[in-house]
Design a protein around this ligand. Structure first.
Ligand code: BV8
Ligand code: ZN
Length: 258
């Protein structure tokens, strides 16, 4: 039975859990001012469809356009701060050390918000590598202004090929170790909390279903409905930055997530 907004029930499920998985998407960072894929692009990027830019073909066709887009996103993330939702996730992990945080996000706000070891399904804006030999490349220095448009990527120090963002593009396989760890955690957890994801991108979108199929309760935090509504024990309709701290307080009234 899906009880929309039943915070006390979600709190009881969290209190009863010992091995939760927290599965996060771009909506978790929305209140930090980091646009999700669904948010309208700004400036030059308005004319581009993100899911077409986030592909190997786009990078091959125009490395400067794609590198400039990612550097602009990294610039925005550098100026963003973790929001109370990130800190609530860290509070859950501090209370329940067996918690596994799995993220689709490529920002570093979980790490800066107190979760040092998220399972990263889609890579990171802070792990550039060579597009040819995969040699890790240094994260570029922090520019005062974001690139207003195309920006030539650096050359690999080892083979001089263009450096690419360390993210998983559409059409690319997810890192095997991360996907394996995520499926393993979802298969062993006793609660799955899915936060801020449209659940449209595969195979990441399967992770909550792994838990649901095993009869593990799934609690969703999202202002709008998603395909996961059908498998949720509780749907908490609202922004992560407000709902997650409220959920932590419902589970542990003495907890102050800051
Ligand atoms: C692969 C990194 C094969 C890059 C990203 C099966 C079915 C259908 C399609 C496929 C399938 N299998 C594969 C596909 C194709 C494709 C896919 O899923 N397409 C979809 C779009 C139809 N998948 C792939 O290509 C994957 N690769 O399968 O490879 C393969 C296998 C072997 C060998 C070779 C190849 C790779 C997918 C990874 C793509 N990379 N990110 C980058 O960031 O630039 S995915 C990217 O988009 C994000 O990481 C995110 O996960 C996803 C969606 O973006 P958003 O919508 O912004 O974010 P999210 O989904 O999290 O939604 C935001 C939500 O937040 C919304 O619901 C909103 O309501 C909510 N929200 C807003 N504000 C708040 C909030 N929630 C809480 N609080 C708030 N304040
Ligand atoms: Zn190289």
């Amino acid at each position: 039975m899906t009880a929309a907004g039943d915070l006390p029930e979600a709190g009881r499920l969290l209190t009863a859990a010992s091995r939760p998985v927290v599965f996060t998407g771009a909506g978790t960072s929305a209140e930090s001012g980091v646009p999700t894929f669904r948010d309208a692009q700004t400036g030059l990027w308005q004319r581009y469809d993100p899911s077409r830019l986030a592909t190997p073909a786009a990078f091959h066709a125009d490395p400067a356009l794609v590198w400039g887009w990612y550097e602009g996103r990294r610039h925005g993330v550098r100026r963003a701060e973790p929001n109370p939702g990130h800190r609530a996730v860290a509070a859950i992990r501090a209370r329940l050390p067996a918690t596994v945080v799995i993220t689709q996000n490529v920002d570093d706000l979980h790490e800066r918000g107190g979760v040092p070891d998220p399972v990263r399904l889609h890579g990171s804006l802070f792990a550039p590598r060579c597009s040819a030999c995969a040699h890790p490349a240094p994260v570029p220095g922090d520019a005062a202004e974001p690139p207003a448009g195309p920006l030539d990527p650096p050359a690999c120090a080892r083979c001089a090929a263009p450096v690419r963002p360390g993210v998983v593009w559409f059409g690319e396989a997810l890192p095997e170790a991360a996907l394996g760890a995520a499926v393993e955690a979802a298969s062993r957890c006793d609660l799955l909390l899915t936060v801020g994801t449209s659940a449209l991108v595969h195979p990441a979108a399967e992770i909550p279903l792994v838990a649901a199929r095993l009869g593990v309760p799934v609690v969703q935090v999202n202002p709008v409905a998603t395909p996961l509504d059908a498998v949720c024990a509780v749907n908490l309709r609202g922004p992560a930055g407000e709902v997650l701290p409220a959920l932590v307080r419902a589970a542990w009234p003495d907890e102050h997530t800051g």
